[in-house]
Design a protein around this ligand. Structure first.
Ligand code: AMP
Ligand code: GLY
Length: 423
């Protein structure tokens, strides 16, 4: 089969790496891809939201499966675009249609979904600029810290957690009245603060049945000890050591099952990944957010532990036979450390030569913001490389990644030296 992966990050390199191992994959394409995908697939210079150009590439290359990496094309309806097109309607698209993608595209939609299906999550109310005064009153009923979430997609930046009531009110006004996050904050969800440790659960569904992939924990803050600005993710550990069997059963029964059943009850067709952001409060899991795709860098730690053929899984998802697939998981831990450009997540320079990649033996180097320039690999984004290693324990895996990083270099590179510190 010919397969196309949409996206250009570490997540997409990992998908390509896993798909390329399958005997069922004949030709593999990535759009737009990076230097990592270029080495194992054909990169197509197409943006993930240029549906007409994607259509042309799919027809020209006889592509039968399209795996959508990031959320933007899903929220913009790439799956619906395929279904509505005579020439594309039989192509398997991994990623939900627009209606279900609202689970990530709108925080309010996700909250209403959870309420409707009794899925544990933080109490909330949502507000627009027409009732901002009510928002202030609602904040007064809550205890600090205050959690404000822009309703729409804001590239991971739309959540504010504030300790001071007056500051929370000011930020609510900034979001609703002064459009701090543009259209994404015309509506704001205010939530009860949940105190606990976070983890993520990844579910595959064909709309009927589901399979759960290994859990992972990511590290979103730029600074050690979880300090500083939020990033796309600075590292990931899988499995999550505190996700005991008991706790995992709660996740499955209280969250995963009602989510998949809720999608059916609400008539929301869903073929794809559901990434459930969770927080462990006491002994109970609560949902912080849904994403309608895999996480990055969680994919770089989760997929290397999947032994089952990825293409067979995708085929089964496409013809609604996922229940017949046996998901086999490597018992070893896998961890990934992200190397970023100095300055990220704020301004940073690009075009720095990356050296040492070919010397790495004990880790897998997934490329993210990296591209070929002449014969060199140079930085082209904030998150540059994700270094994944296996270990009998997560500590051993992390140690290997750090040893590998010693051999890698680019000007102004930065990475967190404390991934796993809180486990
Ligand atoms: P989200 O974009 O919804 O994942 O939120 C970003 C981050 O904000 C999460 O990873 C959490 O660390 C934090 N967060 C979101 N909602 C809450 C909440 N209700 N209580 C505590 N922390 C939260
Ligand atoms: N690592 C978090 C995300 O992919 O949204």
């Amino acid at each position: 089969m010919n397969i196309l992966v949409l996206g250009s990050g570490g997540r997409e390199h990992t998908f390509a790496w896993k798909i390329a191992q399958s005997n069922h994959c004949k030709n593999l394409f990535v759009a737009p891809g990076n230097s990592g995908t270029q080495a194992i697939a054909t990169n197509l210079d197409i943006s993930v939201t240029n549906f007409e150009a994607i259509k042309e590439a799919v027809i020209q290359n006889n592509i039968e499966i399209v795996v959508v990496g990031p959320e933007d094309p899903l929220v913009q309806g790439v799956h619906d675009f395929f279904l509505q097109d005579e020439a594309l309607k039989n192509v398997v698209v991994i990623g939900p249609q627009k209606a279900a993608a609202e689970l990530e595209g709108s925080k309010e939609f996700a909250k209403e979904f959870m309420m409707r299906h009794n899925i544990p999550t933080a109490a909330y109310q949502s507000f627009t600029k027409d009732n901002v005064e009510d928002g202030y009153k609602f904040l007064e009923t809550l205890n600090a810290p205050y959690v404000l979430k822009a309703d729409g997609l804001a590239a991971g930046k739309g959540v504010l957690i504030l300790n001071d009531l007056e500051e929370a009110k000011t930020e609510l006004k900034n979001m609703l009245v002064d459009a701090k996050f543009g259209n994404a904050s015309t509506k704001v969800v205010i939530e009860e603060f949940l105190d606990g440790i976070e983890l993520s659960c990844f579910v595959l569904t064909d709309g009927k049945d589901y399979k759960i992939l290994p859990t992972a924990k990511d590290y979103k803050r730029i600074g050690e000890g979880d300090t500083g600005l939020n990033t796309g993710g600075m590292g990931a550990v899988s499995p999550v050591p505190f996700a005991t069997e008991d706790f995992f059963n709660k996740i499955e029964n209280q969250i995963v099952k009602p989510t998949v059943e809720g999608l059916q009850k609400d008539n929301l067709p869903y073929v794809g990944f559901i990434f459930i952001g969770l927080i462990k409060v006491g002994d109970d899991p609560k949902v912080i957010e849904y994403n309608v795709r895999m996480g990055d860098p969680e994919t770089e730690a989760v997929l290397p532990r999947l032994k089952t053929d990825m293409v067979q899984i995708f085929k089964a998802m496409g013809n609604q036979t996922l229940s017949s697939i046996d998901i086999e998981i490597d018992n070893r831990a896998a961890t990934t450390i992200v190397m970023v450009s100095g300055g990220y997540p704020e301004a940073y320079e690009k075009g720095k030569e990356i050296t040492g990649i070919e010397t790495i033996e004990d880790s897998i180097v997934f490329h993210a913001g990296a591209k070929f320039q002449d014969d060199k690999v140079v930085t082209s984004g904030g998150r540059v490389l994700a270094i994944t290693s296996y270990g009998e324990t997560y500590q051993e895996a992390i140690k290997k990644s750090y040893q590998s990083i010693e051999k890698l270099h680019f000007d102004k590179m930065y990475y967190r030296k404390d991934i796993g510190f809180d486990l």
